[in-house]
Write a protein that binds this ligand. Structure first.
Ligand code: DP6
Length: 335
């Protein structure tokens, strides 16, 4: 039992995978089937305050100023149960979380959300966890959240242990960290409700004839991407990034029934990225579980790339991110 009310606020940046996580080896502990590699982004931030309060009868979750839906609350409650078990407490918590994302972007916030929640909840519960333990904790909320504990380029390890003790992320230094930018082109307008990444990756693993090939590809792409990062070779990193995203989507497209995230504007944006490259710009595309296109580019090229993406019909909003920093505690103590 936490004797008194205890509050911690943490912030974490979202990340975009350059080599994707798409499939699990264990759903209960949320262990990835393969490793992944991401870039943490400074423009996509979640700030989360966790307050353990003996007066609360149940956990509460407020997301962007509104009470969360029952499903979101249940997932947060299950995550808080992990923290309570580690801290040997039973106190309920109030969680207030706010996303600073491009407006109405529909971009996934579970990575920054569970990273900020892990840091804030561990802090408020009074358990001192190092970065690796926090990454393992965040992974149990959302696989991509394990990477958002760290800044810059981040490598997630699939691990082999049944208990998940070796499935964590760690930062990768690179001469490219300060040079890269990510241009986020939001594809909006009449979007049908898409499949959440959790269900869609499970469905792909269960039904796609291309899933096995996907799992064989990932270690090769990871090794090549790490070599490119070490050498500061952005053209090589970009080529792997775009190829890996297309391969992930190919595996999902081949699932039965198909998981199709793309809209016409997605394909138009991808064509624009190829045209930018043909015109001598640094521009490589990646896409996640939605129609939006994210373009890996440089600080020098970002403004031109963003201007070109703004002209693509169906692209409703464009923003530029630099590499973001690690998840941090921003306030602690009594509320
Ligand atoms: C396409 O991390 O959302 O963004 O672990 O089930 O919560 P869960 O999945 P999640 O999946 C992210 C999928 C992706 C690729 C990536 O970020 O690596």
């Amino acid at each position: 039992m936490v004797p008194a009310v205890s509050t911690t606020t943490a912030r974490a940046c979202a990340n975009i995978a350059l080599v994707k996580y798409w499939g699990k080896r264990d759903a209960r502990l949320n262990l990835p089937a393969a490793g992944s590699l991401s870039l943490t982004l400074d423009a996509l931030v979640t700030t989360t305050q966790v307050t353990f309060d003996p007066a609360l009868a149940d956990d509460e979750l407020v997301l962007d100023g509104a009470p969360a839906r029952p499903g979101e609350l249940a997932r947060t409650r299950a995550f808080l149960d992990l923290v309570r078990a580690a801290a040997a407490i039973t106190t309920r918590a109030r969680v207030v979380s706010k996303n600073e994302f491009p407006t109405a972007s529909g971009l996934a916030s579970s990575a920054s959300g569970y990273a900020a929640l892990a840091v804030a909840a561990a802090g408020a519960a009074g358990i001192a966890l190092g970065p690796r333990a926090l990454s393992i904790l965040a992974r149990q909320g959302s696989g991509s959240a394990a990477r958002s504990l760290f800044g810059g380029f981040v490598r997630m390890h699939a691990g082999r242990a049944d208990d998940g003790s070796d499935a964590f992320a760690e930062p990768l230094g690179s001469p490219l960290t300060t040079r890269v930018r990510m241009v986020i082109a939001v594809v909006g307008g009449g979007a049908p409700k898409t499949h959440g990444s959790r269900d869609a990756m499970e469905h792909t693993a269960a039904t796609s004839p291309l899933y096995r090939a996907w799992l064989e590809l990932v270690p090769r792409d990871l090794a090549a991407a790490e070599a490119a990062l070490a050498a500061g070779d952005l053209a090589q990193l970009g080529a792997i990034t775009e190829g890996n995203a297309l391969a992930m989507h190919a595996s999902a497209l081949a699932a039965r029934p198909a998981v199709v995230y793309w809209q016409p504007a997605t394909l138009a944006a991808l064509a624009e990225v190829r045209a930018l490259r043909a015109g001598g710009h640094v521009a490589w595309a990646t896409m996640d579980a939605g129609p939006h296109v994210k373009v890996l580019t440089t600080a020098d090229d970002a403004t031109g790339v963003a201007a070109a993406m703004r002209k693509v019909p169906g692209v409703t909003e464009v923003s530029i991110s630099a590499a973001g920093g690690p998840a941090t505690i921003v306030a602690a103590g009594a509320p």
